[in-house]
Each structure stands twice: as structure tokens, then as C-alpha cells.
Design a protein around this ligand. Structure first.
Ligand SMILES: Nc1ncnc2c1ncn2[C@@H]1O[C@H](COP(=O)(O)OP(=O)(O)OP(=O)(O)O)[C@@H](O)[C@H]1O
Ligand SMILES: [Mg+2]
Length: 244
């Protein structure tokens, strides 16, 4: 299978602090890769680097074979249409309704007419069981609903790659299940994704493989199938709180 995402000898420091010593891993086209690692290990920095919000000190990030660390800001704007980042907090516009929040990327980045936009937004809200909330403002939604609407907005342009940054953190079982369904629905459409999480049931439900980030390196990558069968090894030690 073709590699859609590849980090090669990625290094990143903030001041004196080396966060990423040497990161190398890849994600196949259509695959969902889980990314585990302790708080502050650098998971969000990896995702932000993939949409050019941060640049590595050295190393490369290939997206369909193109090294995006070499692109200028205008070229990165094009990349961000293909690569969606689902932020840790929904990042909705508080002054806009759910409908307008979802319509916003379409109005900004496409030439769709207002009636086409309306159809696209309502189709997506229907698909994700949010249809009755279109006229509410983010402040009127529960945290779980905000996250689901934030995710819907992130993917409305039909991205090829979606980066999920702890989308289920702090949610109740009902909303966690809905988020898992959204991730699986995106996967069924052929989307390639990286799923940062501490929520192992969700990682097991959605991911093909899981990578463990520790001390600035990807120290282990394992298929979910194998992890389910085998309860020993580095990833299980991390999940069970045996290592930081
Ligand atoms: N813009 C920045 N300036 C300085 N340091 C930063 C910046 N962004 C991240 N860092 C540092 O890089 C390290 C990794 O941060 P990151 O947000 O990627 O962690 P994380 O693995 O996503 O953690 P969490 O699970 O808590 O979200 C942290 O020590 C953080 O303080
Ligand atoms: Mg983070």
C-alpha cells in the first residue's frame, strides 16, 4: 500500500527542551494510526507540524510523497484543505450558529452556491445525528455536542487526511460512541488519519495500528489485531500505567 504520511528523522526543540529527538513513522493510505504518549510527549506538536502550524528543526514530513516542510505559506493553505485538524477543544466560533459554523469553510474555500452549501451542511448534520441543532449557538450545546460539531466542521471540505487530537477526552459513553462512529464513517470513505488518544477502547474500535511516542521517539508500532491478542509489551505497559 502507498504511504500517505511519512515522518522521517523529525526533530523539534523548544528552547533548551528537545521534545522530539528523532521521529520516524508512516501511515498508509486509508489507514487510521493511533498515537499514544504521555501528556507533554509531543503528540499535538506532531499533528500541528503536519498542517504547517509548526516547522521541524530538521527532518522531513511527506504527504503523498511531497515534503511539506519545504512549502511556503501559500502552498500550505492548499495542503490545509486536504488535511483536517480536529482540535482538542471544538474551536467553534461562538457568535455563529451550528449551521454557520459548518457553512463557514464552504463559504471561504469553495465556489458552492448558498443552496448547495445548505444541502452539504444539512447532509453532514444528518449523517452525524446533529440535524436538530443547526440553529443553536455553541454556548447552548453540551461539551460533547460541541466536540461533535467541531469534528463535523473540520471534515466538511472532504479532506483526504484527518488528524484527531484527543476527540473523546472528557466525554460520556454516548458521545464517545458517536465520535467513534464519525471516525469510522470517515475511514469508510477512504480517509487516512492519525488518532491521538488515551482512550484505548476508542483506539481499538477505530485504529488499524497504534504507535507509542516516548522520550522523543516512536518506540513501538503494533497492529490493533495483535494488541488485542497479546497483553504484554511496551504499548500495554503504557496503557496499564506501568511506564510514563
Ligand atoms: N508553542 C510552543 N512553545 C513552547 N513549547 C511548546 C509549544 N508547543 C508545545 N510545546 C512543548 O512541547 C511539548 C509537547 O507539547 P504537546 O502539546 O505536543 O504535548 P501532547 O503530547 O499533545 O500533550 P497532551 O497529551 O497534554 O495534549 C510540551 O512540553 C510543551 O510544553
Ligand atoms: Mg496534545
Amino acid at each position: 500500500m502507498a504511504k500517505e504520511i511519512e515522518f522521517k528523522n523529525f526533530k523539534k526543540s523548544f528552547g533548551q527542551k528537545a521534545v522530539h529527538e528523532d521521529i520516524s513513522f508512516s501511515v498508509e493510505k486509508g489507514e487510521c494510526l493511533g498515537l499514544l504518549g504521555g501528556s507533554g510527549a509531543g503528540k499535538s506538536v506532531i499533528l500541528k507540524s503536519l498542517i504547517g502550524l509548526m516547522k521541524p528543526d530538521s527532518g522531513s514530513i511527506f504527504l503523498e510523497g511531497q515534503d511539506i516542510t519545504l512549502l511556503n505559506e501559500d502552498e500550505m493553505v492548499e495542503i490545509r484543505k486536504q488535511v483536517a485538524y480536529v482540535f482538542q477543544n471544538g474551536a467553534l466560533f461562538d457568535s455563529m450558529t451550528v449551521f454557520d459554523n459548518l457553512a463557514y469553510p464552504l463559504r471561504e474555500h469553495t465556489t458552492l452556491t448558498e443552496s448547495e452549501i445548505e444541502k452539504r451542511v444539512h447532509d453532514l448534520l444528518n449523517e452525524f445525528n446533529l440535524a436538530t441543532d443547526d440553529l443553536l449557538y455553541p454556548g447552548e450545546l453540551s461539551g460533547g455536542m460541541q466536540k461533535r460539531v467541531g469534528m463535523a466542521r473540520s471534515i466538511i471540505l472532504g479532506p483526504e487526511v484527518v488528524l484527531y487530537d484527543e476527540p473523546t477526552a472528557g466525554l460520556d459513553p454516548f458521545n464517545i460512541r458517536r465520535i467513534q462512529e464519525m471516525i469510522l464513517a470517515m475511514k469508510a470513505k477512504g480517509v487516512t488519519s492519525i488518532f491521538v488518544t488515551h482512550d484505548m477502547p476508542s483506539a481499538f474500535a477505530c485504529c488499524d495500528r497504534i504507535a507509542l511516542l516516548r522520550k522523543g521517539r516512536i518506540v513501538h508500532v503494533e497492529s490493533v489485531e495483535k494488541l488485542k491478542q497479546n497483553d504484554t509489551g511496551m504499548i500495554n505497559d503504557f496503557v496499564n500505567g506501568m511506564t510514563a
